[in-house]
Design a protein around this ligand. Structure first.
Ligand SMILES: Cc1cc2nc3c(=O)[nH]c(=O)nc-3n(C[C@H](O)[C@H](O)[C@H](O)COP(=O)(O)OP(=O)(O)OC[C@H]3O[C@@H](n4cnc5c(N)ncnc54)[C@H](O)[C@@H]3O)c2cc1C
Length: 379
């Protein structure tokens, strides 16, 4: 049987996050965008709502919720501010390798502390010379006694300046390519970590993105995840898990743009009637609606597969790619519907357009998603 209804609990949580996002985040979005400022106050309030660490099992201090709930939250938060959605989503992304491959002992050691406050994690994979080509990372991890020593530079790290826990991918043997990569958990206060300069971004400016430099950073050997040298696989399964939520964030931005366009088109009078009475505008609104609804279902499907223990590599790539593409199209159309006013900062839709663009780039570009999809269908 196929059931498209959310449970009573999921509806309740969605409303909780929607109300929170509209009351606490949306009114501040323009200011955070202009000042390019991460807001610890919003993160703290979201933590108090009990959902910041939603994917962490209850036994370690989280809410123990699944990917589908993650999609609901991402859409609502991104509707208010795409950057805040990336920030809190970045926490889940940073924790996912740990949740997937950390030992129960290490989880007991690090997670309750992380989940006891408005702490943020970050996922450190990308490097200056290794973006789409993940296997070419140059960060190294050298074993010395009971420790690993990590050296390297990670670039474009969401929450890079504010995270208190990092998941870091480093090679134990660069000559082995992707087979030499391991994943490590690194507490943010470890000596040898430098937070680089904050990036000046086109959009999603309320999230803190920067380089993180690891210079002889020592972690206990037990902070390595999985069996070791399986870091590439851990990174890929992490991205399979997270891409549905990233797509849902794109849906949220697109929905905000659609709602702004609908409201404006009913009020703007030209040629003696609201522009919403023009069929050309109606067709655009219909097209935007179709794209958003299709993207949401793709994200929910990818998340549902994950929550039911099924492989979702193809579906999560489809969802992330489609949702990112339609978010760019829908937000551009919203600017068009607002005409000259759409181009002005006062009306916010230009921010949605800038915020949406990132969804075609991060967590694997949409070209890379198409390669993943093609590989899956050609298997
Ligand atoms: C704001 C922001 C936040 C980010 N947050 C994080 C984070 O938290 N953690 C993290 O690890 N990374 C993060 N990233 C990095 C992001 O995942 C990378 O930017 C992305 O994977 C692309 O890598 P690149 O920028 O080096 O581009 P490149 O890999 O250099 O790609 C450049 C262009 O070439 C295309 N291309 C490359 N290879 C191929 C190919 N084989 N076939 C076809 N086209 C190809 C790409 O699609 C793209 O259009 C973030 C990036 C941004 C912008």
């Amino acid at each position: 049987m196929i059931d498209f209804t959310l449970t009573e609990e999921q509806e309740k949580l969605r409303k909780l996050v929607r109300d929170f996002a509209q009351k606490e985040i949306a009114p501040r979005a323009r200011e955070l965008d202009e000042e390019q400022r991460h807001s610890p106050e919003i993160v703290e309030k979201y933590f108090k709502l009990g959902l910041l660490h939603y994917p962490v099992p209850e036994e370690y201090g989280g809410a123990g919720l699944g990917s589908l709930e993650g999609c609901l939250f991402a859409e609502e938060i991104a509707m208010a501010d795409g950057g805040v959605a990336a920030c809190v989503g970045g926490n889940s992304l940073g924790l996912t390798p740990f949740l997937q491959a950390g030992s129960p002992e290490l989880k007991r050691e690090l997670l309750p502390k992380h989940c006891s406050g408005p702490n943020l994690a970050a996922f450190c994979l990308t490097e200056p010379e290794a973006g789409s080509d993940v296997a070419s990372i140059r960060t190294t991890a050298r074993r010395e006694g009971d420790e690993y020593i990590i050296n390297g530079t990670k670039r474009f790290i969401t929450n890079g300046g504010v995270a208190s826990l990092f998941s870091v991918f480093a090679s134990e043997d660069p000559s082995l390519g992707h087979r030499g990569i391991s994943a490590f958990m690194v507490p943010g206060g470890t000596s040898g970590i430098t937070r680089g300069k904050k990036e000046d971004k086109m959009g999603q400016r309320s999230t803190d993105t920067r380089e993180v430099i690891f210079d002889d950073v020592r972690v206990p050997a037990r902070y390595r995840l999985g069996e070791g040298r399986d870091g590439f696989k851990i990174a890929m399964t992490t991205l399979d898990e997270s891409r549905a939520g990233v797509g849902a964030g794109a849906v949220g931005i697109a929905r905000a743009a659609l709602e702004a366009a609908i409201a404006y088109s009913k009020e703007r009078m030209q040629f003696g009637k609201p522009i919403a009475a023009q069929q050309a505008i109606q067709l655009m609104l219909a097209e935007m609606t179709m794209r958003i609804e299709a993207a949401r279902l793709l994200c929910w499907h990818a998340a549902w597969l994950h929550d039911h223990g099924m492989r979702n590599t193809k579906e999560s790539a489809v969802a992330k790619c489609f949702a990112g593409d339609i978010a760019v199209e829908v937000t551009c159309d919203a600017v068009q519907i607002l005409g000259g006013y759409g181009y002005m900062k006062e009306y916010q839709v230009e921010r949605y357009m800038r915020d949406a663009k990132l969804h075609q780039i991060f967590e694997g570009t949409n070209q890379v998603q198409r390669l993943v999809i093609a590989r899956e269908v050609l298997r």
